[in-house]
Design a protein around this ligand. Structure first.
Ligand code: PM9
Length: 480
């Protein structure tokens, strides 16, 4: 039979025009932004692949739900709707809404980490680790080795290594492991899923040793889809069934609803322990708002409740992950080194291999994001040493094994043609890789430096081959 294509399971009802810019305008814009794509104005961006966080298009049902916002300070109807939906799809008993994922991470870290505790996780995530460290904890990575190798084709590279987990718990001073934070579709590894079998095993190891497991459920729905697709014996199950089982193996979750749950703002903490829920309900009023809104408007909670129902539909997830796969496959076919297997929420370019002439100390991934932007107006995100930050003990730069640029695909926003344009730009920049120069810091904030740091291109080296045309993102004399 001839190959049959899939198409997006929606049609477009409202459009937002994109602004095209000239190369000169983009050179000026990236200079003004200190070569940090977070500091660009969105009006200067053509295709925005910075993040899939809060960038989804909402459905007509979600927009209709927004009109049903019950903006009571206390006891909003939308809170009770959201509570019922979270219980139905995620299975946890108690819901504490927050303004976004890091609000939930703040509550969990504050309540469950004592200074000096170890917090285990399957690869760090920036905001998660920041809150763990602010609470006095130390992050310990227990992800499998395959996660650190961009070329390893294993289907579940987000898995925890059970022997690393046992060792970390068994060698820690008694009672000093705060919990395991088990991230779904591990972001910094390239959107790599965790198998259901691994979650079962990890949950057993932790339960026997009295260590709690909290899911980072931010992309758990997309992880459940990979389980259905790749894990033996799971193909017949619905995404909802798999999601419920994943959650049932854990004590609670933090969730940035800006991803899977298809909303532009929102998050939650959900737990099964009534005492922990009570403490979180009390703490949330200090930082977010009353426990029945947690920093959100009633209409935001309604959109989230409807978004969760839509997020677990197979048609939706298949098209969402399929679009990422489409872009990734185009790049693989063109010989561009990317993290494999292709992840759930974005395509991760292997910047260290695309720009081998730039030393890790000169941040090749940061340089690549700037070069891509200048080429086509596509905004991507650095996911390498800049994101990893500094070691809290030595204050030295941390150089993770992965030095990546993330092309993150917002849900239900761009078309296949946008993916084609993106692939063409990456191929063009990679073909002129030698022209891209490394970066150095001009300024570096203390917390989560990747958001607000400013950079400048490294000065051209005296040894550089004079015949090589060095097209920097902008001329060096223009750098302030
Ligand atoms: N993730 C992302 O772009 C947005 C902020 S960092 C650039 O990938 C996980 C796995 C996330 C995440 C955010 C958060 C925090 C927690 N866990 O951004 O606070 O990917 O809603 O969520 C981003 P909030």
């Amino acid at each position: 039979m001839n190959k049959r294509s899939w198409a997006e399971p929606f049609k477009i009802k409202m459009v937002e025009p994109l602004r095209m810019t000239t190369r000169e305008e983009r050179e000026r814009a990236i200079l003004d932004a200190g070569f940090n794509t977070f500091l660009l104005r969105s009006r200067d961006v053509y295709i925005d692949l910075l993040t899939d966080s809060g960038t989804s298009a909402m459905s007509d049902r979600q927009w209709a739900g927004m009109m049903m916002g019950d903006e009571a300070y206390a006891g909003s109807e939308n809170y009770y709707h959201l509570e019922e939906v979270v219980q139905r799809y995620y299975g946890y008993k108690y819901l504490i809404p927050t303004h976004q994922g890091r609000g939930a991470e703040h509550l969990l870290s504050t309540l469950c980490i004592k200074p000096g505790d170890l917090v285990l996780g399957n690869m760090y995530f920036t905001t998660t680790k920041a809150h763990q460290e602010l609470a006095g904890g130390r992050f310990v990575d227990v992800i499998c080795d395959e996660a650190h190798d961009p070329n390893d084709p294993s289907p579940f590279k987000g898995n925890v290594d059970p022997s690393k987990l046992e060792r970390a718990i068994d060698t820690a001073p008694p009672g000093r492991v705060a919990y395991l934070c088990l991230q779904m579709n591990v972001n910094m590894a390239g959107g790599q899923p965790v198998s259901l079998d691994n979650v079962r095993q990890v949950s057993d190891i932790c339960r026997v040793r009295g260590v709690r497991v909290f899911l980072d459920a931010t992309r758990a729905v997309e992880n459940a889809y990979f389980i259905k697709l790749r894990e033996p014996g799971q193909a017949h199950r619905s995404i909802s069934e798999i999601l419920l089982e994943l959650c049932s193996l854990t004590d609670g979750c933090t969730n940035s609803a800006k991803k899977d749950c298809l909303v532009n703002i929102g998050g939650f903490l959900a737990v099964n322990d009534p005492d922990l829920a009570e403490q979180a309900r009390n703490l949330v009023v200090v930082y977010e708002g009353l426990h029945t809104y947690g920093g959100l408007a009633g209409r935001d909670m309604e959109a989230m409740a409807i978004g969760i129902e839509e997020s677990v539909q197979l048609d939706h997830v298949r098209a969402r992950v399929g679009q990422v796969e489409y872009l990734g496959q185009k790049l693989i076919d063109a010989g561009i080194p990317i993290v494999r297997p292709i992840g759930g929420h974005g395509v991760f370019l292997d910047a260290a291999r695309i720009l081998p002439h730039i030393a890790r100390e000169e941040f090749p991934a940061q340089a690549l994001t700037a070069a891509l932007y200048v080429d086509s107006g596509i905004r991507s995100m650095e996911r390498g040493a800049v994101s990893a930050g500094r070691d809290p003990d030595t204050n030295e730069n941390v150089f993770p094994s992965l030095e990546l640029v993330r092309l993150t695909i917002p849900r239900r926003v761009y078309t296949q043609a946008h993916m084609d344009v993106t692939a063409e730009s990456v191929i063009e920049v990679a073909s002129r890789a030698k022209e891209v120069q490394g970066m150095r810091f001009v300024s570096e904030p203390k917390y989560l430096r990747f958001f607000q740091s400013r950079f400048e291109p490294m000065p051209a080296r005296a040894s550089a081959d004079a015949s090589t045309r060095r097209i920097r993102a902008i001329p060096s004399d223009a750098v302030r």
